[in-house]
Design a protein around this ligand. Sequence first.
Ligand SMILES: NC(=O)c1ccc[n+]([C@@H]2O[C@H](COP(=O)([O-])OP(=O)(O)OC[C@H]3O[C@@H](n4cnc5c(N)ncnc54)[C@H](OP(=O)(O)O)[C@@H]3O)[C@@H](O)[C@H]2O)c1
Length: 423
Amino acid sequence: MTTCPTKTVLIDKHSAISAMKLMVDKYSIQFPTHKPCENPTSVHHDTLVITGTTGSLGAALLAELMVAPNVAHIYAINRKSQKPLLERQMEAFQRMGLANAVIQPSTNVTFIEANMQEENLGLEPEILHKIRKSATHIIHNAWPVNFNLSLQFFDQNVRSLRNLIDLALSSHHASPPRLIFISSVGVLRHACPSLPVKEGPVDPEIAVGSGYSESKWVAEKLLDEAASRSALRPLVVRVGQLSGSRSGAWKETEWFPSLIQSSVYLKCFPAVDKEISWLPTEDAARALVETKNTDVRYLHLAHPHPVNWSTIANPIATELDLPLVPYTEWLSLLTKSRKGLESKIEQEVVKVNSALKLLDFFTQISLAPESREMAMPRLDLSQARSNSPALNEVKPLSADIALKWISYWRHSGFLPLDSAVLS
Ligand SMILES: NC(=O)c1ccc[n+]([C@@H]2O[C@H](COP(=O)([O-])OP(=O)(O)OC[C@H]3O[C@@H](n4cnc5c(N)ncnc54)[C@H](OP(=O)(O)O)[C@@H]3O)[C@@H](O)[C@H]2O)c1
């Protein structure tokens, strides 16, 4: 695939691409040979290892797997924190409004705090043995979702992925567990917008430009290398924009919630003639669970029935009592809102005008007519759609869900309860 010829050439593009390739090389050294045990038992049930279940998609995935047919056991691996993991997990379920996800003593989940950067994830030998003996799938979902970090910051996450590759290859089964990597549409940031991007590998030129997208490309490429040099069977799932949970819960640190908060601050809401194909988190989780046994190597997950931006923008603008203005005008007001601020004051302003933190992201959104989607390329979903019946049945986004987001952010304190408060 080639980059779109109309894209601006980044000055440091070549050194960024070299850094991406170097990171792939660094973690591609000597993949272990998979040696099944002499009499591998036949597998009748799925046993899954999943990382990052305290996050939005991870919590929804865990909730889906807990009730999925044929799942014997789940190992939920998360990093350490001051609060006990079980407490954090219940908070995540509650925050997401996942009322059916209840953890009881009989629940088929083992919660594990681990340091994934350590060899064997630093797991106790007994747990490690159980995983090697039973795991049929590893879903690697944990990743920092932060567009402001450099590629070097993500080195530790790529190291964790390598450790998971090694764990998969140490399986006692006849073939190693499927390693499902949750990638991002961000990898396709420079894909030509006029054509839907196929579900397959891309060149580094497509992903370069942000540490987050570069790191996801490095991870995809590392898995390709492992697949060509070992028995590993990876599946890369490029997730498009998720639109929070069906209850309306949507993490405030993401770009769209930031756009909403800044719109209240700037007293106007951006209008664009673009489509959105955002997928509710639970629908993405269900599609992922349905596709976990597919033979394909790459999948794209996005809403199969896009709607126009106005479907959500109009009810939100009305609810927040904001006039709609062209996107360029909104962006110019956002840019001006930073000017002349001293750094101490800027930190205060950013708390109520959080899109400022993502100014580069908002500046780079393409308004060219050939970019049909808002802040995302068009995705070919053929492989995902033919493997997930649930994906084909997802309801289109509507004013209803948009108003649930607003209600959630008002209750969380991210938006003022009354939009008149800031006027
Ligand atoms: N949200 C989207 O629209 C979107 C779109 C495309 C792809 N994705 C991908 O989907 C996955 C989940 O995203 P999300 O929206 O659910 O994000 P999230 O709510 O921020 O959750 C991220 C999860 O990863 C864990 N994590 C973050 N940094 C980590 C680190 N350095 N070491 C170990 N664990 C770490 C978090 O643990 P703590 O709870 O301890 O912080 C949390 O469990 C990510 O791989 C992301 O790239 C998301």
